[in-house]
Design a protein around this ligand. Structure first.
Ligand SMILES: [Zn+2]
Length: 147
């Protein structure tokens, strides 16, 4: 279970729309709790794929270290990665599977004609053979008063 509050969801959608028709990408910082894995902050990255930024993104070792450092500084953990699929469904591609690691959550937002729509989350199986859907629990931002 991935817990995503409305501010975080809005930000991912916003980055996806901003970078359309290219893919947007970044790290998700958060923590694992009793109710699930909660995303608390985002760490946007630059898509380094100059050859085909519309359907691929890549994370460099430097990006990885920067994301881990950012998480540590906020007392959080690097829990996953988000990216957009411009004019494609919010489902992982074969490329995504080949470049994914087990344990992390992979959020994909579909951006159709510049507008963000479906958002899904996935986890790679331990043998790396397939992605499995991870359920998203939508939440209100911490500190928000419920009325
Ligand atoms: Zn993808």
């Amino acid at each position: 279970m991935l817990i995503v509050n409305s501010d975080i969801a809005q930000s991912i959608r916003g980055y996806g729309a901003r970078d359309y028709p290219n893919e947007t990408c970044g790290a998700m910082l958060g923590c694992d709790g009793a109710e699930g894995r909660e995303v608390r902050a985002l760490f946007p990255l630059t898509n380094r794929r100059d050859d085909s930024p519309r359907n691929r993104f890549s994370i460099t070792a430097e990006d990885f270290r920067a994301a881990e450092r950012a998480a540590r500084e906020q007392g959080l953990e690097l829990v996953g990665w988000y990216h957009s699929h411009p004019d494609h469904p919010a489902r992982p591609s074969e490329y995504d599977r080949e470049h994914a690691w087990p344990w992390y959550s992979y959020v994909i937002v579909s951006v159709a004609s510049g507008e963000a729509c479906d958002m899904t989350s996935w986890q790679l199986s331990d043998d790396r053979s397939a992605f499995q859907t991870e359920e998203i629990a939508w939440a209100i931002p911490p500190g928000t008063i419920k009325r």
